[in-house]
Ligand binder design. Sequence first.
Ligand SMILES: Cc1cc2nc3c(=O)[nH]c(=O)nc-3n(C[C@H](O)[C@H](O)[C@H](O)COP(=O)(O)O)c2cc1C
Length: 281
Amino acid sequence: MERTSIRLGGVELASSVMNASGARSAERGEIYELCAVHSGAIVFKSCNRSGLDTPENLKNRGVEHFQSIASELTARNKRVIGSVVGASEEEFIDVARMLDRAGVSIVELNLADDYVTKSVAPFASFERLKSLIGGVRSETGCVLAVKVPPPRIPFEPRAIADLFKSMRIAVAVCANDLSKDLSVEIASGTVQGPARTLSQAHAFFKESENLLDVMAVGGINSGRDAYVAHLTGAKAVQVGSALMKEGAGALGRIDRELDSILGEHSHKSVSEIVGKVRFTG
Ligand SMILES: Cc1cc2nc3c(=O)[nH]c(=O)nc-3n(C[C@H](O)[C@H](O)[C@H](O)COP(=O)(O)O)c2cc1C
């Protein structure tokens, strides 16, 4: 869909909608199934150096498995986003380097998982975060994204966003943790009540200064959800649970729904609505 195509971190994507890391994106068969039904980017399940059997949510076959799929897909001009976990800074750097060499467009560092929080503890101090990100940055040439943990961490979005900008992290993958009872009028992009921060994604967007793109993840089940996430600052959205429930077709459905809402409101491109939420005051 032309209307939903977007430039994320400088990378042209055919759609602003994509799978979330882990959702039907661990095995070769499921990755190829997603690619067959959706022209946007594919996000791999998070992987480490030699694979994990536990924790269950990070079960993966190791980076070499993803490296070979990435080489095949990028040879066919598919946009691939690799996702990295590790138990040490060295492992993060190694795995990111291997995915970069396999030709992925973006490497997403998964700093949001408990496994990483407990081992590398990237948010234990600013120096720790800087050292991890700096280490990966200096060993990779691709666009880098960081999946940030839920907003329990001791740093303000501004401090993290400033660090990302200074270290050439192009994309922050943030929680789309909008309040369940948020009332949005789609036609005007207006939210009831005074101007305020509506989600972690919105908080990072407000600090982005056009130097950092935001990708929102969490609770995207429909084109309307995607539209609201875009209004609150996301340039792209990731779909997890809906894809698990509905199957690979969920991505195309959400893309088509988003496209028709954009069309209904005379928008030629999704980029016209990014961050354009207004408040009734
Ligand atoms: C089956 C499954 C596996 C997941 N595996 C990963 C993973 O490997 N890496 C990661 O960063 N997130 C993983 N996640 C989290 C998703 O990427 C996403 O952040 C989360 O599901 C919230 O989005 P949703 O509300 O659309 O489900 C996984 C989620 C699911 C449902």
